[in-house]
Design a binder for this molecule. Structure first.
Ligand code: ADP
Ligand code: MG
Length: 341
């Protein structure tokens, strides 16, 4: 008997509901403060209560997971709260490829993999002195957009960086990543690659609602000019998007190129869910500013199935359920080692 486990945040509800529907025992590693929330959901069989998520690294937590033959589903919270070394040290089998999570967290490595995948990326700016056009400045890891800012010149960069440092939002010796700002319609393309079938599936698209950059657009420019607040890109929620059908061919190509590149650069490759994030410009040309190498919270909008999965499955299929289905197939055919690391 195999169990499916995850951390109580991000997309845990969707993941565990999907796992339950596929017949697995479900385990949630849950912070004390959120116990009441998660007890509301009857499809969660067992809660491991912790003070901090980092306790998943402790012997106690790992032995409970081991006794249950658990597979751990990684998501954004795991990456945001633990270092790559810590994630790699987890003994519980992790769904997908835990080694690729380091490539997601480190902006330099991320850029390298995206270039290898031939994704059209915004030009990186190595030195604030070289800021000639509008750029976005980001922190490492999945910081969730907090402390990111835009700048149009070196001076602008310094002013905003200093302000964020004095507000305690970023630290003085933090290494920041600068890239050109790409304007257009944001699209977060969600995929699933099945190593069992050797096939790429396109799941769906979401849009992120980020505060307070989004709120800024609702304020007349006169007031915007008077404000000296540095707007952030903190994700609040997601909404669905479907693409013009003529864009789908390129979407699949990008997904396939990414899977190819990951196979080459970081064994065993991009297994399971992932997301290519970017912008379509006025000529419907896509520029990708980053990827996530695991399930994204934007898949929560399709808990009952997505438009594109409706075309592939004759049943409601969420990303959480798709993951559980892959694990089920692997267990039945004795190939769990092929889909976990
Ligand atoms: N080059 C870019 N051009 C325009 N917007 C961008 C660019 N890079 C990031 N963004 C915006 O900032 C947000 C957060 O950046 P992202 O690289 O996705 O970091 P994170 O790892 O925190 O999700 C994006 O969702 C998007 O709204
Ligand atoms: Mg992102």
């Amino acid at each position: 008997m195999t169990a499916i486990a995850t951390l109580g945040s991000h997309c845990a509800l969707q993941v565990l509901k999907g796992a339950k529907d596929e017949g697995f025992k479900t385990i949630l590693i849950c912070e004390k403060k959120r116990e009441k929330l998660y007890r509301r959901f009857p499809f969660i069989d067992e809660l491991i209560i912790v003070d901090y998520f980092k306790e998943v690294l402790d012997e106690k937590c790992q032995s409970i997971l081991q006794q249950n033959n658990a597979v751990l589903i990684p998501h954004g919270t795991l990456i945001a709260q633990m270092s790559s070394e810590e994630i790699e040290s987890i003994k519980t089998p992790i769904f997908g490829n835990k080694w690729i999570l380091r490539w997601e967290s480190d902006r330099g490595m991320k850029e390298k993999l995206m270039i290898e995948a031939k994704l059209p990326i915004p030009a990186p700016v190595l030195n604030p002195k070289d800021i000639k056009k509008l750029v976005i400045v980001k922190r490492q890891g999945a910081a969730g957009g907090k402390g990111y800012f835009m700048a149009a010149s070196e001076e602008d960069y310094n002013t905003k960086r200093n302000q964020l440092i004095s507000d305690g939002i970023i630290s003085k010796d933090e290494s920041l990543y600068i890239q050109e700002y790409a304007a257009g319609v944001l699209a977060y393309l969600q995929f699933f690659y099945s190593p069992l079938k050797g096939e790429l599936e396109f799941f769906g698209v979401d849009q992120r609602h980020e505060s307070d950059i989004e709120g800024l657009a609702r304020i007349p420019s006169e007031q915007q000019l008077k404000s000296d607040k540095v707007p952030s890109f903190n994700v609040i929620g997601n909404s669905p998007l479907v693409l013009r059908e003529s864009l789908l061919e390129e979407v699949y190509n990008m997904g396939e190129n990414f899977v190819e590149a990951a196979k080459k650069m970081v064994a065993p490759g991009m297994n399971g869910p992932f997301c290519i994030e970017g912008v379509y410009d006025e000529n419907a040309k896509f520029t990708s500013f980053e990827f996530s190498a695991r399930i994204v919270a934007g898949s929560n909008i399709y808990m009952d199935g997505s438009p594109y999965y409706t075309l592939l499955f004759n049943e409601p299929m969420s990303m959480g359920k798709r993951i559980a289905r892959e694990i089920k197939l692997a267990v039945e055919s004795n190939q769990l080692d092929k889909i976990t690391t």
